[in-house]
Design a protein around this ligand. Structure first.
Ligand SMILES: Nc1ncnc2c1ncn2[C@@H]1O[C@H](COP(=O)(O)OP(=O)(O)OP(=O)(O)O)[C@@H](O)[C@H]1O
Ligand SMILES: [Mg+2]
Length: 246
């Protein structure tokens, strides 16, 4: 694997700058400890508009990075920027309406699936098309009346995706959104995500363990290991090993 230094220099040259519309998120020397132990160690990475993936071993800090992007946590040092602006300068609720996070573990409200889809949308003054949202997430319309507590984990994951879409986000942060799905359902969700990206121009940041999924879904890949970005660049280049560290 190429040196961290060269990959960061490369990304700085290619991606940084508040006036560069291609840069969606930048993390600059971000550090964070949990329970006294380092979780992120001066992590620097750029994520362009479009679709990017974060990949790395279990416990390397991927979910933590997504939480920083949505201001569900703040780093102890370093800066996180969204479209060139320090996320701490933005209203967190407004940021989370624009940048939707689909967490790794489903966390649905008690009640029906429809209640879950309407709840946050109502607060935001939006009128969700429940059947359409379910369809986008690969669920048929009968799910609307189902009790959210009685769904499989894979079904709950898809309701979480539909719920995030109900807020009409510009960016979706997806934490292993297909980890509990079988191959056919995974393909349906991946097709939905590609469609959202191309038709609605929603940018995606996808955490995955599956490098084949990274190849199918993203143009830009950041590999995280032990709380650091150890390589980043165009997905095809990184996975082919041709230009690791660009
Ligand atoms: N609230 C917390 N308290 C203590 N440690 C935490 C907390 N949240 C995360 N950690 C630790 O931070 C590290 C990174 O966690 P994170 O969830 O970001 O990893 P991950 O790369 O998403 O892993 P996985 O692939 O298993 O989901 C892990 O060692 C985890 O135990
Ligand atoms: Mg995780």
């Amino acid at each position: 694997m190429a040196s961290i230094g060269s990959s960061l220099l490369g990304i700085t040259a290619r991606l940084s700058g508040a006036d560069n519309p291609a840069v969606l998120f930048e993390l600059e020397r971000v550090s964070l400890r949990r329970a006294g132990a380092p979780v992120l160690c001066e992590l620097s990475a750029g994520l362009p508009a479009g679709a990017s993936c974060l990949a790395g071993p279990s416990g390397s800090g991927k979910s933590t990075v997504l939480r920083l992007l949505d201001r569900l946590a703040d780093p102890e040092s370093g800066v996180v920027r969204y479209r060139g602006e320090d996320v701490r300068d933005r209203d967190p609720l407004a940021l989370r309406r624009e940048v939707g996070l689909v967490p790794q573990l489903p966390a649905l409200l008690a009640g029906t699936v429809e209640h879950n889809l309407r709840f946050a949308a109502d607060l935001a003054g939006l009128e969700p098309d429940v059947a359409r949202l379910l369809e986008l997430a690969g669920l048929d319309a009968t799910f609307a009346a189902r009790d959210a507590a009685k769904l499989s984990v894979g079904e709950q994951q898809r309701v979480m995706l539909a719920r995030a879409l109900a807020l009409e986000p510009r960016v979706l942060l997806l934490d292993e959104p297909t980890s509990a799905l079988d191959g056919r359902t995974r393909e349906a969700v991946e097709a939905t995500l590609r469609d959202l990206r191309h038709r609605l121009e929603i940018s995606l940041v996808l955490v995955t363990h599956d490098l084949d999924q990274a190849r199918r879904m993203s143009d830009w890949l950041v590999r995280i290991d032990a709380g650091r970005a150890v390589a980043q660049g165009p997905t095809a280049d990184l996975l082919d090993g041709a230009a690791v560290g660009r």
